[in-house]
Design a protein around this ligand. Structure first.
Ligand SMILES: [Zn+2]
Length: 474
């Protein structure tokens, strides 16, 4: 005979979130649960289901009420330059070449370690406020400062150091301080692994990174791939994000970017290719064959007019089994909000294909959660709300106007909400954002540091050239 559940004494857990209006799990069955409950023990989900069922099985010293809330997995922003967070408004109306060589690289070269620390903490603040619990950074010149800052907020991070070993490409010339020899790039990447491998209790994941195809030698790409393979981590780079990068690759190497990666033997499931919009037919075939993870960054392409959403094939590649995740890229293009990125991804492809059936909101949510987790190799730990996974989750205030009326929580999340409606965020079952404020570091003090750092940075830059305000300032 089966035992009646009420006769079994409830087990103890650390945290219960009860009576959640709508729980979007993104679990293997893609369940959406009403009047839902989450039970958390030792940083992991131990119960996910209906409140009535879970309250019979679990009791906890801390219980939070989920009424008026939509709960989702923590979002994974699979591409965000933490060191660019203080560049908002400094790279408008610039094409790919101007954006990189006239704006962002001079900005990056002018940053000190302390600037990068403040910028990275500020990035974590914005990401957490918009429900992101893990992000992938392509690397900068002060990775220790980024790691220190992000870890202090309680967030997860996939970190790397920046590697460029070719000063000139058809696109332009890099600032001298950003150029290093191939050997120095490989050595500092190995150094990052020596310093941080196994540190920060699962919050920190390392990767190898070369920042772009056109400023990386074949030796650097192959050497970084060897390091990535040795440590069983991902190798990331920007690729195919505008016609200009595509053209520069063909002019400089005789090969399109994906063809070049294939010829070097590095294209596989352990690569993360950011953007991947401008593709020739044979490159599409290679992506389907080798299955790297792609990162679609809608706000970046929309802001700079790269055209990769118009010319790109992300929906088609997803249908052919390629893992496509989502990234907000940088504050230089304005928003750093994965909820808005989901809306842009879902809507832009409908517009450019003139087909409302392309990219349903469920696909956009998968891109922002599970696909990101797969991309960084953490799919067994994060990316969905399932028993056994780390308890990373987000509570949206669904009583706010943009969430009402609430017939379909996935539709409202993608088409009408923004990240500003996030109220609380938990990582490993610990509350890292409470009512919109950071819990692990002093929120107000960080905002003061942001203003001071912006003053320092602007004093070192040619602001007349970078700031494109067309109207007179009196
Ligand atoms: Zn980028």
């Amino acid at each position: 005979m089966s035992q009646h559940p009420t006769l079994t004494a409830p087990q103890h857990c650390d945290l219960l979130i009860t009576h959640i209006d709508w729980l979007i799990t993104v679990d293997p069955a893609r369940r959406v649960i009403t009047d839902a409950c989450l039970a958390v023990l030792d940083g992991k989900f131990v119960g996910v289901g209906k409140t009535a069922d879970l309250l019979q099985r679990w009791q906890a010293p801390r219980t939070e009420l989920g009424r008026g809330r939509v709960v989702t997995p923590g979002f994974i922003d699979n591409h965000l330059h933490a060191s660019f967070q203080l560049s908002r408004g400094l790279a408008d109306e610039a094409n790919a070449q101007q954006f990189l060589y006239d704006h962002m690289y001079p900005y990056e070269a002018a940053n000190t370690r302390e600037d990068v620390r403040v910028s990275s903490a500020f990035a974590a603040l914005e990401l957490l406020r918009h429900g992101v619990t893990c992000f992938t950074d392509p690397g900068n010149y002060h990775p220790d400062a980024t790691i220190e800052a992000v870890m202090s907020t309680g967030m997860r991070l996939v970190a790397a150091c920046s590697c460029f070993d070719k000063t000139k490409s058809v696109m332009g010339i890099l600032p001298p301080s950003m150029i290093e020899s191939t050997g120095a790039c490989l050595e500092k990447t190995e150094g990052l692994f020596e310093r941080y491998l196994g540190q920060h209790k699962g919050k920190l994941t390392l990767s190898a990174s070369f920042r772009g195809m056109n400023n990386a030698s074949d030796e650097l790409i192959v050497g970084l791939k060897e390091i990535a393979n040795k440590h069983k981590v991902k190798l990331q780079t920007h690729a195919c994000f505008s016609y200009q990068t595509h053209d520069a690759s063909v002019s400089g190497t005789g090969k399109a970017e994906i063809e070049r990666l294939e010829s070097l033997g590095v294209l596989d499931e352990n690569m993360i290719l950011v953007h991947s919009g401008w593709l020739e037919p044979q490159e599409l075939a290679l992506l389907v064959k080798r299955k790297p993870t792609l990162v679609c960054s809608p706000s970046s392409s929309l802001h700079n007019g790269y055209g990769y959403m118009a010319a790109g094939k992300h929906p088609e590649l997803m249908a052919m089994g390629v893992n496509v995740s989502l990234g907000s890229d940088h504050a230089s293009s304005g928003v750093v909000d994965m909820v808005q990125e989901m809306r842009m991804a879902a809507c832009m492809y409908k517009e450019v294909r003139m087909n409302p059936r392309v990219m349903p909101p469920e696909h956009a949510v998968e891109m922002a959660t599970l696909n990101g987790a797969k991309g960084v190799g953490l799919q067994d730990h994060i990316g969905s709300i399932e028993v056994g996974k780390q308890a990373d989750f987000v509570l949206f205030d669904a009583t706010l106007p943009e969430w009402q009326p609430l017939y379909n929580p996935v539709s409202n999340l993608v088409y009408s909400a923004t990240g500003n409606t996030v109220k609380d965020v938990f990582i490993d079952g610990e509350q890292v954002l409470k009512n919109g404020e950071l819990t692990q570091i002093n929120h107000q003090s960080l905002m003061l540091q942001v203003q001071e750092a912006a003053k320092r940075i602007s004093s070192r830059l040619d602001m007349k050239r970078l700031n494109k305000l067309l109207w007179p300032v009196h």
